[in-house]
Every structure is written in C-alpha cells, then in structure tokens.
Design a protein around this ligand. Structure first.
Ligand SMILES: [Fe+2]
Length: 336
C-alpha cells in the first residue's frame, strides 16, 4: 500500500464520512462558538463534493392552459420538484404562458436582466418603460432589465411564451444595475426567410439541425446568443426526419411551435446513449402545438418527425450564461 493510501485509510477509520466533520465530538472545539462562527460548516471532501440535489424534472406545460380561461399569467413552475423557494422552470429561468383575451391587457413585471417574449398566437402590442412593440404570431422580442411593468394589450385572442432570468437574480440576491442590450425584435417573416436561406445552402441535408440561432448585436463578438444570458433557436424538423441526439449543460425549455396532431412527432431523452449512438431507454415527450416541455441538463435528446408535415420547435435556455462561462459542453452523437 502506498503512503497516500495509508493516510486516506487512516482518516476513514476515524471519521464517519456521512456527517459534517464539525459535528464530530472529537473535533468540536471546547470553547462555545462565537456568533461569527456558528454558521460555518465543514465537510469531509468526498462526502460533500457531489451533494445530493433534487434533479431537474421532465415536465410538460400543456397548451390547453393558454387556450381557455381569463386573461392571466400561467407560470411553468417546477420549484417544488427542484426544492427551490421561488417560482422557476429551471434553476436560472422561469417560463410562463401569457393568455390575453381580445381587447384586454395584461401587465408583467420581472426583476431580470433578460426577458424574451414569443408570440404563440394573436396580435397586439407591448409597452415597456422605453419601447412600444407591435406584434403578431411568430414574432419574438427581448427586453433588457426594466423596473416598470410591461403592459401587453391584445387586439385578438393571444398567447405569448415568456421566459426570463428572474430566478437567477433571486438565487444571487441581486437586482440588475444596467440594461445590457436594447429591446430587440425578430419578425416572423425575417426568421422564416433565414430558415429558407439555410435550407438551400450546400450540405444542408447533412446538418444535425435545420435551424437558426437568434443572436444580438451585444453578443455577436462573443457568445452569439439571444442575450448575454438567454439562448434560443428556431428549429425546423423536416417531415419523415430525425435529428440525432445531442446534449448540453443548460436546461432546455422547448416550446413546440407547431406539429401535426397525434403522437408521431416527439423528443426522446435520457442520460445515456446506446451502442448505436441513439438514446438509451428514453423518456418520450410528444410535441403538442403550443405546449412546452423541459429537458434536464446533460441529458441526450433526439427529435423525431414521423409525419408528412415539417414540425417547429423553439427552445429557450440559459445557454448565454453557459457559453460565457465556457461550460455549455454541447456535444452531438455521431453514431456508428
Ligand atoms: Fe438541445
């Protein structure tokens, strides 16, 4: 046995690794702890380096929630499953549906550095403290830190997918001090024109994605993401096609923009790949137009379309933050 192994064995025989070291009577100081010391905890390294945290669940926020009922905010709140004390859909983000009946208004407020709004259906306008945005189905806009409420008024029956990083602010215990970008609008026509353009590029059929990443002037020299924290992709899944598995460390909150009804368009997800490079013993998440589903961090996921109609998905993630940290670790299964 080497000298290092002997030292480790010696320690393990004396200390129960399941308890904080500071609770062990042998190691407790004889003097009472001062006020400044009493909150300090000390753990044996291997017992605490990978703490037992609640997992990010696979959950669905169904479209039926925004299709009926009064004008309201409908949060996709997974805080109970994640044992977090404020509403959130992932540790850093909260996604919600906004349902706005015709000729009604709904106010939203978020202490957040970034807020994204994607128009699921309808038309209207949103007024923030600095900007007024006219919108209709398929448009997407982002607004920066904003102290006042944003007032959304619908001219027809409307639903909006709203994602912001307020849970990250709550975790840090901070409020944004600056606006990191300007309000930015992506019109549906421009998004679809870009998808058409990349579809016809040489080699497009061999790509893992038929999609466009949404960027911003303030990130074009670095993360190339929607904002400095948010990331989004408008992804088209062609008819009778499958996109091989990939994984990343950011949690995905995918809005199914459109898919043929039934159960023939879906995502398969799981922590591991099989020998052929496809997901192993996966959970199946069927795409329903206007619904949102979560994908846990690090899980492999593949998208499948067994219908004759192209399907569309719009994931929102905190991957701006991960890309900045160099920790996104996006990987694609090459298969065998
Ligand atoms: Fe993904």
């Amino acid at each position: 046995m080497s000298a290092i192994q002997e030292i480790i064995t010696h320690h393990e025989s004396e200390i129960d690794l399941s308890e904080p070291v500071s609770k062990k009577s042998k190691l407790m100081p004889t003097e009472p702890l001062s006020k400044l010391e009493e909150d300090a905890r000390i753990y044996e390294y291997t017992s605490a380096a990978n703490p037992n945290m609640s997992q990010i669940p696979v959950m669905v926020h169904p479209a039926s929630l925004h299709e009926t009922g009064p004008t309201r905010i409908i949060p996709f709140d997974l805080s109970r499953q994640m044992e977090i004390e404020y509403p959130c859909s992932s540790p850093n983000l909260i996604a919600s549906f906004l349902r706005i009946c015709p000729n009604e208004s709904l106010n939203t407020q978020a202490t957040a550095t970034s807020q994204a709004f994607y128009i699921i259906r309808g038309s209207g306008r949103s007024v923030s403290d600095e900007d007024e945005i006219e919108w209709s189905e398929g448009d997407l806009f982002v607004i920066p830190a904003c102290e006042s409420q944003v007032v959304h008024t619908a001219s027809s029956d409307s639903a909006i997918y709203w994602v912001n990083d307020m849970p990250l602010m709550q975790y840090l215990g901070v409020q944004p001090a600056t606006k990191k970008f300007q309000t930015t609008l992506f019109r549906k026509e421009r998004l679809l024109a870009e998808v058409e353009r990349i579809k016809h590029q040489p080699g497009a059929e061999h790509r893992n994605r038929m999609g466009i990443l949404l960027g911003n002037r303030i990130t074009e020299e670095n993360t190339k993401t929607l904002t400095h924290t948010l990331w989004s992709l408008l992804n088209m899944l062609p008819a009778r096609d499958a996109q091989r598995p990939h994984r990343h460390n950011s949690v995905a909150l995918d809005l199914c923009v459109s898919a043929e009804s039934g159960d023939k368009v879906y995502t398969l997800m799981c922590p591991e790949l099989d020998e052929e490079g496809w997901v192993k013993n996966p959970i199946k998440c069927v795409w329903k137009s206007g619904a949102v589903f979560s994908t846990p961090p690090g899980w492999w996921h593949s998208h499948h379309n067994e219908t004759d109609t192209p399907a569309w998905v719009l994931p929102m993630q905190d991957a701006g933050l991960y890309t900045h940290q160099r920790t996104l670790d996006i990987r694609f299964s090459s298969g065998k």
